[in-house]
Design a protein around this ligand. Sequence first.
Ligand code: ATP
Ligand code: MG
Length: 288
Amino acid sequence: MFHVKHPAVARRPPRVLGLAPTMAKTIAVANQKGGVGKTTTAVNLAAIIASWGSRVLLVDADPQGNATSGIGVQRGSFRRGLYHTVVLNEPISNIALSTSIPMLKVVPSNKDLAGAEVELVGLEKREFQLKSALAAVENDYDYIFIDCPPSLGLLTLNALTAAKSLLVPIQCEYYALEGVTELFDTLARLRRLHNPGLMIEGLLLTMYDERTNLSAAVAADLRDFYGLQVFQTVIPRNVKLAEAPSYGKPIINYDAHSKGADAYSQLAREIIHESKSARSGAGGAPVV
Ligand code: ATP
Ligand code: MG
């Protein structure tokens, strides 16, 4: 069942009571493999959690700009985007745009951002540009989701340096696990060099097709190998999830009763509960 308001979130004390603002939990959605569901996951998690009343920022770190258009910001409708932040040091607060979901803002991107991969190379603190930019807005949001491009270039390294945790969508297909080892090698190097506290939020099985043995086999392999680091929620292959971006809508605004909306809502609940238990000292997801 899809619930529009998550009861645990709805019960949260309102901020007007003068409670200290919490720092955003920043989650990078990354996998250098293309087309595995990174953008679908970042857009829909951001939209669902914002619709439950948390303050959410979606950062489009991919020059393809799919998260930007997927959340309803049209190409050509903005002049400044993430490029202006990471290369030209413009404050995020000047760049972030409102969306159709009141609590959700987006830092948009377009093909200009491709230049950042080249232009950042010359900077001394090139992996830290996004982290510094987000530090200025950390108290303005509860969650920040960063949608990464399908590469392990400087934009992804910036995202992993800025993030508190990494969410890895993995498509249920034959070569699914190829690349995950390489991603985790990068993660280990990144922890050593730039971000020792980076956690694994979880590995997420996407585009699961219950009619095929292959999906079940990939899921079983992944759970054997990575155990509790794999989210319990599995995202099914669902045509509504594929259609929604062409209308510039997250799944909850396109078809709130679809299987895709149910699955992403369940994933959002897993993430919220995990952050709560981590904050209360019960520990977060285990690290690789
Ligand atoms: P890229 O590496 O190019 O950035 P990505 O990892 O961000 O890709 P998506 O853009 O989210 O992947 O998804 C790839 C394609 O699969 C898109 O057309 C998307 O609409 C579709 N898709 C994603 N998840 C699902 C799903 N669960 N069911 C059906 N289609 C899906
Ligand atoms: Mg994408």
